[in-house]
Design a protein around this ligand. Structure first.
Ligand SMILES: Cc1cc2nc3c(=O)[nH]c(=O)nc-3n(C[C@H](O)[C@H](O)[C@H](O)COP(=O)(O)O)c2cc1C
Length: 414
């Protein structure tokens, strides 16, 4: 029986272990996690979600405090259109996050940045352009375009000196989305270097509706693979979502995938950004504790652990400090939901908001426990400590388990 290590991912001149650790914002896929994946010969991701906040935590900068100071006058105002990101500071924070990660890189692997289009930041095009260009300037090996269709994203960097040398990939959940992307970008004469095909069992936002359960990753991968072949397009396919063991991965590699993208198994590693208390919640979760809901203001369904603090919380919108989900008009679906509840309960000290969540605040504080469908199997990947808690793993252990395991086995820590 084959194992993942019998395969290699070819990206240009590079040969890699075909394991890619997916981007997990906000700083759940940390620099440290991405560095381990690269050191072991695979691909790691950092995320550019809320980079100023992440920089504050990593480098003791004061981007959030200063922005809040600047826009404090607007805190009680429901119109957030004045709240803008300073593009120079955004570039500076991105370069710090990416640059320090790339400096620390060891080994033969690569480090990419996960860049979400849905982080519209009150000026979608300008902020996305700055984020992508700053990442390229700071030496990132590649950019994975996520959460959104990104039809115009390549064009935002087409005049960058690294446009053809950096690896550029997209995440899609259907053949149609891929076709649309290729059609819109045909004039640039630059295909994506890889396509991540994300199925309905993934963590984070889903590229499906609430009928996600009717879709199947292998079917979508086969459809895209056959279409690419018919069109004579040679683009590596990287399935993602619910690939829990090395054998699951081998199944996809044998059907023609070039690598796999995985994330959930790495949420319970030391290198992952989730605080250990939250990691224990991931370990403890049973299948019934996990739901796909519609509380993300982005409009995409999201999978999460049902009892996480983000669900039902009615915090005042924090757009002056954060504001990453403000659209081009300065609106966010959470602001509307919050204002509606405040109007309905004028005497409440703190309202409850069930239909939307303040994703910026809760992702920033690790209070929105987004997770993959198979999170309920994490307890089977480790041992218990004497006090009943689960033992957090090393990223190397999980990576090597994917790389070398056979027969659907999962190696427990020593
Ligand atoms: C905690 C968590 C956060 C995630 N955040 C993001 C994100 O910010 N951007 C993104 O494109 N995908 C995100 N994902 C999806 C992963 O990158 C990956 O494609 C997917 O979860 C793989 O499936 P698996 O978790 O079953 O291995 C996230 C997944 C998890 C588990």
């Amino acid at each position: 029986m084959k194992r993942v290590d019998d395969f290699r991912l070819r990206l240009g001149k590079q040969e890699l272990v075909p394991i890619m650790v997916g981007g997990m914002g906000v700083d759940i896929s940390t620099s440290a996690l991405s560095l381990e994946a690269a050191r072991l010969g695979g691909i790691g991701h950092i995320s550019d979600a809320m980079v100023p906040t992440v920089a504050d935590r990593r480098f003791n900068t004061k981007y959030v405090k200063n922005k809040l100071q600047q826009y404090k006058f607007n805190v009680a105002n429901t119109d957030k259109s004045v709240v803008q990101f300073d593009l120079d500071l955004l570039a500076e924070a991105t370069k710090m996050h990416v640059g320090s990660t790339m400096e620390a890189k060891r080994g033969d692997g690569l480090i990419f940045i996960n860049c979400m289009e849905k982080l519209t930041m009150n000026a979608p095009k300008d902020t996305l352009r700055v984020r992508m260009r700053a990442a390229l300037d700071a030496g990132i090996d590649g950019i994975t375009l996520a959460a959104g269709l990104h039809l115009g994203s390549f064009a935002l960097i087409e005049d960058h000196p690294r446009f053809r040398d950096a690896k550029l990939g997209i995440i899609v959940s259907s053949l149609r989305a891929l076709q649309l992307f290729l059609k819109k970008n045909a004039r640039l004469n630059r295909l994506p270097d890889y396509v991540v095909v994300e199925g309905p069992l993934a963590g984070g936002h889903l590229g499906f509706g609430m009928d996600w359960a009717e879709y199947d990753l292998a079917t979508i991968v086969a459809e895209i693979r056959d279409w690419l072949k018919a069109e004579q397009l040679d683009i590596p396919l990287i399935p993602a979502g619910g690939i829990f063991t090395g054998s699951d991965a081998v199944g996809f590699l044998e059907m023609g995938a070039s690598a796999v993208q995985v994330a959930t198994r790495f949420t319970v590693t030391h290198e992952c950004g989730l605080p250990e208390k939250v990691q224990q919640e991931y370990f403890k979760a049973s299948e019934d504790d996990i739901e796909v809901n519609q509380i993300s203001p982005t409009g995409y369904p999201m999978r999460m652990i049902k009892h996480c603090p983000a669900i039902g919380d009615g915090i005042r919108p924090n757009c002056e400090a954060y504001g990453y989900l403000l659209d081009a008009k300065g609106s966010c679906a959470y602001i509307d939901a919050y204002n509606r509840e405040v109007a309905a309960h004028p005497d409440a000290r703190r309202v409850k908001v069930w239909d939307k969540t303040c994703l910026c605040t809760h992702m920033r504080n690790f209070d929105c426990w987004t997770c993959g469908h198979y999170t309920y199997r994490l307890k089977d990947t480790t041992r218990r400590n004497e006090d009943g808690t689960y033992r957090v793993l090393s990223a190397e252990h999980v990576f090597r388990d994917y790389q070398f395991s056979t027969d659907n086995a999962i190696a427990l820590p020593e």
